[in-house]
Design a protein around this ligand. Structure first.
Ligand code: FES
Ligand code: FES
Length: 217
């Protein structure tokens, strides 16, 4: 039997006990080093006072209340936390916020136009029913925005040899190309076929808008 004077039991609680509370950016830890960091998030500037160990994902969710980016694995393996940093897609669970001073961040909350018009990828996901539980969807959307930009800029992939790329990059991505370029984003519901169709349609529309070419997806 435990007594009031016993030291705390260091073992994890069994039977679904609460366990230790997650650390937030506001937690004060003895000896923690903190800095002020300036970020522009979805077009709005924020000055944050942060422990150097706080990841971008935790800063977005816990300090800025932007809970669109999800914490799936917290280890860079699922892509649920994907956001754009200076236009490039990243796993926000792997980045320390203190290293991003002055960066431009776009989360899923910032994809729609300010007046509320959905991003073409968001519209395509709805039209193609490209989600079930939706937990992976914010990461899939941000990753797809980055993937389409990379493809348009001519970045090669394991599917398209660099020598096969036209100067302006592939105008319309094949399903195989989309699967490869989005392979870092996992979906436990298995909505992959609809996700591929949605990204193909949005990518084809963007390519047609840019080149005047016929939409083929
Ligand atoms: S939560 Fe970041 S990759 Fe899984
Ligand atoms: S829609 Fe449920 S995890 Fe992808």
């Amino acid at each position: 039997m435990a007594h009031a004077t016993d030291p705390p039991d260091p073992r994890p609680a069994h039977g679904g006990g609460p366990g230790p509370a997650p650390r937030t950016p506001d937690d004060t830890v003895a000896g923690a080093v903190r800095s002020r960091v300036g970020l522009r998030v979805n077009g709005v500037h924020h000055d944050l006072d942060l422990d150097h160990r706080v990841t971008l994902l935790d800063a977005l969710r816990e300090q800025l209340d932007l809970t669109g980016a999800k914490k799936g694995c917290d280890h860079g393996q699922c892509g649920a936390c994907t956001v754009l940093v200076d236009g490039r897609r990243v796993n926000s669970c792997l980045l320390l916020t203190v290293a991003l001073d002055g960066c431009e961040i776009t989360t899923v909350e910032g994809l729609a136009a300010p007046e509320g018009a959905l991003h073409p990828l968001q519209r395509a996901f709805i039209e193609h029913d490209a989600f079930q539980c939706g937990y992976c969807t914010p990461g899939q959307l941000c990753s797809a925005v980055g993937a389409l930009r990379e493809a348009a800029a001519g970045h090669p992939s394991h599917v398209t040899a660099a020598t096969a790329l036209a100067a302006a990059g592939p105008a319309v991505l094949s399903a195989e190309e989309i699967r490869e370029r989005l392979s870092g984003n996992l979906c436990r519901c298995g909505a992959y076929p609809a996700i591929v169709r949605a990204v193909a349609e949005a990518g084809a529309d963007a390519a047609a808008t840019a080149t005047g070419a016929e939409v083929t997806a």
